[in-house]
Design a protein around this ligand. Structure first.
Ligand code: TXA
Ligand code: MG
Length: 327
């Protein structure tokens, strides 16, 4: 119960081979992606997929993303309409997940699809991880490698710390910090219709540029298309106070842009660069969370962040982190 995983650099010569062997045994392997680290398992293996839910404490109604090495593997799993193909060709490999009608013979464990007739697919950009999927020759399901409802992992240490005392991954491939830092953007594509289900590491504006029209977001309270979009998510232990222009005396501060130097402060981006801020977001929340606990502070005050570009995903994650805990 809760054995500490082996951690291996992706530069190690046997990293890919050891990951493949563990996956073939039905074990969970934490793999780096450009967005966040994923907790991967053989998508066809019911027992391994069930182990992901157990390890994360993830509700069974919340489906997983099938990670593929590209378009061909994706097309064996889902029906990609011409519109979906356009998005995939423009943005894969990269931080875009497409939800599309699942093929009857997809071969993915029904547990991973959570009973839906759609399936989420994504080709991650990290070279080693894509190599593992290619060599495995089958999709890997991989949610973010964190216990459900906790901060997402953007480095190997977050993964190891998060699963302490749980039956998590047996192996973590370490590629250093994730370059994008927030999860993939999820777009539901049904024929010629596209809807934004989760803002993420690919900005809405960039997708709209390829679509040549606006990308509507799923209305809150509408049919639950992304069951994982529970209000409280990405929660640090500390209480968050958003849109704070300055911290109170008993708060840590997550700043954005030039600001007076204070104790217990991290700065998402001095130059107000939203890509840099996204890459820093989870690591800085992890650090401030520890500072709040160690110093008996009241919580974390968070500076306003514009909701354009990756700022949309940043604000989404902050709002969920600040929401009342429902799980
Ligand atoms: O960047 C990412 O997407 C990362 C890395 C590891 O690839 N993965 C990730 O997975 O964020 P996860 O499980 O933490 O989030 C997947 C989200 C959940 O909100 C889930 O509800 C939604 O995708 N989802 C999965 N399948 C779906 C489907 N068929 N329809 C609607 N939403 C779906
Ligand atoms: Mg997650």
């Amino acid at each position: 119960m809760g054995r500490t995983p082996d951690i291996l650099s992706t530069d190690a010569p046997d990293a890919t081979r050891l990951a493949l062997e563990a996956l073939a045994r039905g074990e969970l392997v934490a793999l780096p992606t450009e967005t966040v680290y994923g907790l991967a398992a053989d998508a066809r293996n019911d027992r391994a997929v069930a182990q992901i839910y157990a390890a994360k404490g993830r509700p069974g109604f919340n489906p997983l993303i099938a990670h593929v090495d590209g378009c061909d593997m994706a097309e064996r799993l889902v029906e990609l309409s011409p519109l979906a193909m356009r998005l995939v060709e423009a943005f894969w490999p990269g931080p875009l997940t497409i939800v599309a009608p699942r093929r009857a013979d997809a071969g993915v464990s029904p547990i991973a699809a959570a009973g839906l007739d759609t399936l989420a697919v994504r080709a991650p950009a990290h070279e080693t991880t894509r190599g593992v999927i290619s060599a495995f020759g089958a999709p890997l399901v991989a949610p973010s490698a964190n216990p459900s409802g906790r901060l997402s992992p953007t480095c190997a240490r977050h993964v190891v710390d998060g699963f302490q005392g749980r039956d998590g991954p047996t192996l973590v491939l370490d590629a250093g910090p994730s370059s994008v830092g927030v999860e993939s953007t999820i777009v539901l594509v049904n024929g010629d219709d596209a809807v934004l289900l989760r803002p993420g590491g690919l900005s809405r504006e960039v997708i709209e540029g390829v679509l040549g029209r606006s990308l509507p977001a799923r209305r809150d309270g509408a049919v639950i298309d992304a069951p994982g979009q529970l209000a409280s998510h990405y929660a640090p232990a500390a209480r968050l106070r958003l849109e704070a222009t300055a911290p109170r005396d008993d708060e840590a501060f997550l700043a954005f842009g030039e600001t007076p130097q204070r104790r217990f402060q991290e700065n998402l981006s001095l130059s107000r660069d939203l890509n840099e801020a996204a890459a820093n977001l989870f690591e800085m929340l992890w650090r401030l969370d520890a500072l709040v606990a160690a110093n008996g502070l009241a919580g974390i005050a968070v500076a306003p962040v514009p909701a354009t570009g990756l700022g949309l995903a940043i604000n989404d994650r902050l709002a969920r982190a600040a929401a009342p805990r429902t799980l």
